[in-house]
Design a binder for this molecule. Structure first.
Ligand code: SAM
Length: 243
């Protein structure tokens, strides 16, 4: 039995394992590799942070996972330029009734996302964009149930988002809600100076990890939910309704 730190004991091994994992997972469609590059260029010009995109391996996981559970309807809160949305669209395409709803605030990144999904062949029948605050979009979108709900926007929206999902019954009975960045660079577990991410934290980063912690505790303590916190990527809190 190995602990997490025994398995990948330093940054070099962790990086090598990451690259090996990408190379031994089903490759993403070419359009996603191209869009990754385009987003990096776009972000440089727009003064945005391209690392907001999920990484390649996480996209491989999400695409695989959506197919594994036979997802048809996906709701994403936090689309940025559309990289993760491409993975969801690829996973659900071709099924009758398939639907991807993308929520983000208006801006050039959302325009790029809309154009990218269309150019990749995903029509506006399959993909809908709701522009505005994500929680408000969840409160106002037409009643429906989604097989996957992916939270990847502002962290102060996570708890209001899941409360809205529960009160509006937006998650299908066998659906899965995935909250990204749930471990927030490990800050939810360790803010001592042993965690380099804890050094010189600005107020917004402190609030951000506290919102993740508040969300994780809400989920853990809610009798209607069961969940697993995976220390993969920046932490995936994978949640479903108790059966
Ligand atoms: C981490 S990025 C999403 C990355 C995307 N899922 C991907 O992997 O390519 C977070 C996004 O949340 C959006 N966002 C921030 N505040 C928001 C809000 N209040 N409502 C909706 N979206 C918001 C940002 O504009 C940004 O595009």
């Amino acid at each position: 039995m190995y602990s997490a730190t025994d398995l990948y004991p330093n940054a070099h091994v962790t990086q090598a394992v990451h690259e090996y994992s990408i190379a031994h997972s089903t490759p993403l469609p070419d359009v996603m590799g191209q869009h990754r590059e385009k987003t990096i260029e776009f972000s440089e010009k727009a003064g945005m942070d391209p690392t907001m995109m999920v990484n390649t391996l996480q996209a491989q996981f999400m695409l695989f996972f959506a197919k594994l559970i036979g997802a048809k309807k996906v709701l994403e809160v936090g689309t940025f330029t559309g990289y993760s949305a491409l993975a969801w669209a690829e996973a659900i395409k071709g099924q009758e009734g398939a639907k991807l709803v993308c929520c983000d605030i208006p801006g050039p990144h959302t325009e790029l996302a809309k154009a990218t999904l269309l150019e990749a062949g995903f029509s506006d029948t399959l993909v809908t964009f709701l522009e505005g605050d994500g929680v408000e979009s969840l409160q106002s979108l037409p009643a429906d149930q989604f097989d996957i709900i992916f939270l990847d926007a502002n962290k102060n929206g996570y708890t209001p988002a899941i409360k809205t999902v529960l009160s509006r019954n937006l998650l299908s009975p066998r659906g899965v809600l995935i909250a990204d960045n749930a471990l927030k660079r490990g800050l939810v577990a360790d803010t001592t100076d042993r965690n380099p991410h804890a050094v010189n934290l600005d107020t917004s980063s402190i609030m951000s990890y506290k919102h993740c912690d508040e969300f994780n505790k809400f989920v853990r303590d809610d009798e209607r939910l069961e969940q697993v916190m995976l220390p993969a990527f920046d932490g995936l809190n994978i949640i479903r309704l108790k059966q």
